[in-house]
Design a protein around this ligand. Structure first.
Ligand code: AMP
Ligand code: MG
Length: 389
């Protein structure tokens, strides 16, 4: 059986990054840049005041200056500020063009009868934010492959971008197999359970920048499973859950074979998630994830999420960190185990019982701690690799 890393390397080896498109900047959050963002102009664009106060030439404390006007944010002062003169100025207002002025904050000045007394020394450039000190015209401010969040959005806009080049969103189709599955909230018949994998995987894919084009349930029947997968193959990435083991009602593998989806691997030396299947047809990727909710979650994180990121040209996985175990953990002899942990002060504490059907172990988890296979127990305080969720 493949290790986690070998299986992931095979997934990444099957990827051809998607083409790109122009996206209005306001709609770019959650997407991945496919070209660098270069500042079109300096930011700030002009020297401006960092404070509400008075702008004047430099000078010693105790001066009384004549107030000759005002500069407000968005409304510069048009004239010159000569010796013995000052203007009122607001935070963000453009500095007058006359050379070496500074800004004295309101609280250090006393205003009376059209004049202002400066109660402190004013040095040139005091409380002035200089043009270009944030972003320089022509500088690369964001690089291709960067996922766009609110911070990157702000930087791109300040750099003058009205739109950005982004990778196309991977189109994802989800098929959940199982006769027992019922839609969330509906009444349950005997032996039935809710389909939690469908909505969960759809949410995970969407949060990874994908466009989920369909989510459905396929009955445990050879024809139904094949038809559902055939329809799903319209997408760039197909996520299947359940039916990928060797039971008499597991129809996923034969259906994939019949549809010409080439197997890259089946089974990983991993707990939970041993029966994970991965294959491709042309440039389409197909993940057969195990049905247990925790297994589906963990194998999405380990294999499908890196693939969705790589399709968009982003780094597939953040570098692994490490943490000390907050609790002793028994090792599995033959498979590496991914336990759900919360992280605080460098300590990884399991979120609760770790059975692959216990979705409660997912709530409150910050990371997967990777417990290498082997004999015996990893003691409390042992250092383990962790992968952020
Ligand atoms: P399977 O991989 O089909 O053998 O399913 C393994 C376990 O996961 C069984 O207990 C299933 O009932 C459960 N399961 C399968 N699919 C889902 C789903 N979509 N949502 C929640 N549980 C599921
Ligand atoms: Mg099943």
């Amino acid at each position: 059986m493949l290790s986690i890393d070998d299986a992931r390397a095979r997934v990444l080896g099957a990827i051809t990054p998607l083409p790109s498109e122009t996206v209005p900047i306001g709609q770019s959050v959650g997407r991945v840049l496919s070209a660098d963002v270069v500042a079109a102009s300096d930011s700030p664009r002009f020297d401006n005041s960092a404070m509400d106060g008075f702008a004047a030439a430099a000078g010693a404390p105790g001066r009384t200056l004549k107030l000759i006007g005002e500069a407000r944010a968005g409304a510069p002062f048009a004239g010159r500020v000569g010796p013995g003169e000052a203007i009122r100025i607001s935070t963000g207002a453009q500095m007058p063009a006359d050379g070496q002025l500074g800004v004295l904050p309101l609280e250090l000045a006393t205003e009376a009868g059209g004049a202002v007394t400066f109660n402190d020394e004013l040095t040139p450039g005091r409380n002035v934010r200089n043009a270009g000190e944030d972003l320089r015209a022509g500088a690369t401010v964001l690089t291709a492959g960067t996922p766009i969040g609110p911070a990157e959005l702000s930087v791109a806009i300040n750099a003058g971008a009205g739109s950005v080049q982004c990778a196309l969103r991977p189109r994802v189709a989800i098929v959940n197999t199982g006769d027992e599955l019922v839609q969330a909230g509906a009444p349950l018949g005997p032996g039935e359970i809710y389909d939690s994998n469908g909505p969960m995987l759809a949410a995970m894919a969407t949060l990874t920048g994908a466009e989920v084009i369909s989510v459905g349930v396929a009955r445990d029947d050879a024809t139904a499973t094949r038809d559902a997968i055939e329809n799903a193959l319209a997408a760039d990435v197909v996520l299947l859950s359940g039916g990928v083991s060797v039971g008499p009602h597991d129809h996923v593998k034969p259906a994939l074979e019949a549809l010409g989806v080439r197997e890259v691997f089946w089974r990983v030396a991993l707990r939970p998630g041993k029966p994970t299947w991965f294959g491709s047809k042309d440039e389409r990727l197909v993940f057969g994830l195990p049905g247990n909710p925790v297994s589906a979650y963990v194998t999405f994180v380990l294999f499908a999420r890196p693939a969705l990121r790589a399709l968009q040209g982003a780094d597939p996985v953040a570098p692994r960190g490490s943490a000390r175990l907050g609790q002793a953990v028994e090792r599995h002899a033959a498979r590496d185990e991914c336990i759900r942990v919360s992280i605080a002060d460098g300590v990884a504490t399991p979120t609760g019982p770790q059975g692959s059907h216990r979705s409660s172990s997912l709530a409150g988890a910050d990371a997967l701690a990777i417990i290498p296979r082997g004999e015996g127990t990893l003691a409390i305080g042992e250092q383990v690799a962790i992968e952020a969720l």
